[in-house]
Write a protein that binds this ligand. Sequence first.
Ligand code: ASP
Length: 367
Amino acid sequence: MKHLGVALASAVLVTACSSPTTNSVPVAAAASQTPAAFVPRSGIVIHAGAGNFTLADLGERREPMREAMTAALMAGHNVLTRGGSSLDAVQTAIVILEDSPYFNAGKGAVFNHEGKNELDSSIMDGATHRAGAVAGLRHIKNPVLLARLVMEKSPHVMMVGEGAEAVAKEQSGIAFVDEKYFYTERSWRALQRELEKEKAQPQKPSGSAQLQPPGSPGAYFGTVGAVALDAKGNLAAATSTGGMTNKRFGRVGDSPIIGAGTYANNDSCAISSTGHGEYFIRYTVAHDICARVEYKSERVQAAADAVVQDELKKAGGEGGIIGMDHNGNVAASFNTTGMSRGYVGEDGKPTVMFTTEDAGPLGPQTK
Ligand code: ASP
């Protein structure tokens, strides 16, 4: 389908930029130029975490990551092409990423200071503004499914810990797992490294959330997220995470916070965030981008860059976002060297990228 002469699909998620800290993608025409009979282009965008990593840092993980991300994209795409909702598409994609050991969500969730896993997730329906969020889960295999259940089967938006798991017990369809399920050697080793560092710096508060300092090699957040637009023009967004390695017991980041980690509104856009959650909460990143699109008629890419490359970066908040607007224009912006991300549009051809190094043929779109 043609859209104002802009062949977005091939351009999408191409993030070669002259500066590794200004990572934005080309964007299609602004909403204000949309002709009356315009039919939105359905599609799905995913991320699998931002951080200061290089392709070399990903090493042998890169290909299995690419495979899982491609599978997630194609599963979401199949939902959309069968006439399914964007809500089902993002959920389907996230479940696949949660089931993979390669990402910091579900199976591959990172460990907190006590060596436990506490998982967070949220989902939002742009058509109705309904949302569901869960935090501090210890035994739920697919947190995004419980977030959806809270949204649809409870009068609440956000549930935490045992209370959230009790809701899951009352309903069918939510799989419980023993906490051992979440053990992966990679996450365990990452915790041991952080604990060693902490020992060497006893002045730091014990169990404080640890992030690699800006620019340090290998820093990798690994949260997963998805945004989609379906053929009816409905947007949805979802995010799922294990949080941050060595986080303090009970710490909740932005991923389950509606407006920070996840936001969807048919009048503007759908956003999923990844990065240092405390900053994304304080700058209400996902909502701020959509508000710019809605109130200032900014293009979703420009709005994302203003928040991620300017405001967040000035504040010291590392990370990025993926987004889609109500016309199917796609955005990705990150102020780290890497953000694993992928897109599939109506042509069914998936694109997966990891850092600023693996940009496609269309080159940088710097501000
Ligand atoms: N934003 C997540 C958090 O702070 C971490 C991530 O994106 O990897 O919990």
